[in-house]
Design a binder for this molecule. Structure first.
Ligand code: ADP
Length: 364
């Protein structure tokens, strides 16, 4: 209920009570006086009292209307309008951070002006801490990016040197050591690449080239590429796609979406025990394409469900199954999905163990 309506109701009740009081007093007076006068005179007195009653009623009505107009005008211009302007400015700032000047409140009562002042002070504080956060985040991203660049060159050199060493005549145990060192240097180069991706995402430098993408041929190729890993892990991997089902092109950056799908399939194969399965499927609905990666693996439980898209988060059951991993893949993957105007989410399987990750992308 608005401020004006409340005042209107109070005024109406006050007038109604005054009117009732006048009616009761005059009726009582009529009763008393009619007993004091002879019949003829009593009629005349009664008539005069009726005129008085009507006069009082009209006077109260006129007074009420005048008071109502005056109060509505005063309350409206001094209180309701400035409060509405203040609320509109607050709503705008809450919605998208736009800071609009609150004009025309210099004549408002002191309390409203100080409320506007406090609001201004609050916004200044929020803006300041936002600027500070952005600055800290920029420095952090710059640091990660510089450190990762510094690491990349020597690491690539080490990797090449080790790969060259692999081609030399080595004893079996030397070869085993060098091969393990090559694998580790590849992992390190991968981690450095991920750190560079993170700093690019956080500094807004992650650029996309959106084109129409045939997700059916992209996914079938990726599933083929993962066949060796599936075999090593003894997990069956298949693309459930019926021949002839038409899936419209998605609007996507091929390399980035390939990266996301690689991550989802690799996770599914990694976190599914021997004998399990990973099923990839595609469905089109409501201007979107849904790519699902469903596994029969270890699943995501309890509080981990709210955390797995956080940077560096790895669930305890995942660490127990595979100690290699940095917990950055899903964070980057979801950022890429939302930057496409899509999304990345997961649901625990209902009919058995495991998880289904769903990547949605807009249709081209
Ligand atoms: P990483 O796999 O390197 O740990 P990710 O960011 O890709 O990093 O995944 C984050 C965490 O999400 C994993 O450590 C694991 O706890 C959980 N997770 C991801 N995919 C699966 C999956 N298919 N099944 C179970 N847990 C998963």
């Amino acid at each position: 209920m608005s401020f004006r309506s409340i005042l209107g109701i109070i005024l109406f009740i006050a007038l109604a009570v005054s009117f009732a009081f006048v009616v009761i007093s005059i009726t009582y007076l009529r009763g008393q006086l009619s007993a004091l006068f002879p019949y003829e005179l009593a009629l005349e007195v009664d008539h005069q009292l009726q005129i008085l009653l009507i006069g009082q009623a009209v006077a109260l009505l006129v007074l009420g209307i005048v008071l109502m107009i005056a109060i509505f005008w005063i309350v409206g211009s001094l209180v309701a309008v400035p409060l509405r302007k203040l609320t509109a400015a607050m709503d705008l700032y809450t919605k998208d951070g736009t800071r609009a000047p609150i004009e025309g409140i210099q004549d408002a009562p002191l309390e409203i002006r100080s409320l506007a002042g406090s609001f201004d002070g609050l916004i200044n504080r929020v803006d300041d801490s936002h600027k500070r956060d952005s600055e800290i985040s920029r420095v952090k991203s710059d640091f990660i990016s510089t450190a990762a660049h510094q690491f990349r060159t020597p690491l690539t050199g080490i990797r090449w040197a080790l790969e060259a060493l692999q081609k030399e005549q080595l004893t079996e145990s030397q070869m085993a050591l060098v091969t393990s060192a090559v694998d580790k240097s590849k992992d390190l180069v991968g981690i450095v690449g991920t750190l560079l991706d993170i700093s690019a995402i956080e500094s807004g430098k992650y650029k996309y080239v959106f084109v129409p993408v045939d997700t059916v041929s992209l996914v079938s190729k990726l599933v083929l590429d993962f066949a060796p890993l599936a075999q090593t892990n003894q997990v069956s991997l298949f693309f459930a796609h019926e021949q002839g089902t038409v899936i419209p092109d998605a609007r996507a950056d091929v390399e980035r979406i390939k990266w996301v799908l690689n991550n989802l399939i690799e996770n599914a194969l990694t976190y599914t025990p021997v004998g399990g399965s990973v099923r990839v499927s595609i469905e089109a609905a409501e201007q979107r394409i849904f790519i699902r990666v469903k596994d029969t693996g270890i699943g995501i439980t309890g509080e981990d469900r709210g955390n797995i898209f956080e940077r560096f988060y790895r669930a305890p059951n995942a660490i127990a199954k595979q100690n290699k991993g940095n917990g950055l893949g899903l964070y980057i993957a979801r950022t890429i999905a939302t930057d496409h105007g899509g999304d990345l989410n997961f649901t625990p399987n209902t009919e058995g163990p495991g998880t289904t990750f769903t990547l949605s992308l807009p249709i081209a």
